[in-house]
Write a protein that binds this ligand. Structure first.
Ligand code: ZN
Length: 154
């Protein structure tokens, strides 16, 4: 079965950046499952998987525009420490869930702390990066009615 709309795909992957550093991998875990055509994975990878089938191995290079987007400098902001009231000790690298302009959940990363001023970054940690995926497709099957209704694989 070839990957297309209404397929559930299971695949193993290794994700590296342009320097060859491993960012993420499904190694040692179950393969990642997704519902094709539902935007469950980054668009560039979804596009590259279309038409492939179980057993296929492929290398996919995904530019930021088809990955996690470009870095938006407007998402880097300075906020007063009081904005973190009730939070434990704030350290660079910590991630928090905040509410975006349209009420959506958004993760922010603490970049820098200077006195009472904290610089936070609302960009995805992989924004601006070219993503290199090494993919092995394990399984392709038809999605169930329930999966289609939910918009994700079970
Ligand atoms: Zn569900």
């Amino acid at each position: 079965m070839n990957i297309g709309e209404k397929c559930v795909v299971a695949f193993h992957y290794k994700l590296t950046n342009g320097d060859g550093e491993e960012l993420d991998s499904s190694g040692g875990q179950d393969p990642l499952k997704y519902l094709h055509g539902a935007g469950n994975i980054v668009p560039g990878l979804e596009k590259a998987l279309a038409g492939k089938s179980a057993g296929d191995k492929l290398k996919v290079e995904v530019p930021p525009e088809e990955g996690y987007g470009r870095v938006n400098p407007q998402l880097v902001q300075k906020v007063p420490r009081s904005a973190f009231e009730g939070a434990p000790e704030i350290k660079p690298g910590m991630r928090f869930q905040a509410q975006g302009n349209e009420g959506q959940a958004q993760f922010i990363t603490v970049k820098e702390i200077s006195g009472d001023e904290i610089t936070v970054d609302g960009n995805h940690p992989l924004a601006g990066q070219v993503l290199h995926f090494d993919v092995t497709i394990e399984d392709v099957r038809e999605a169930s009615e329930e999966e289609l209704a939910h918009g994700h694989a079970h």
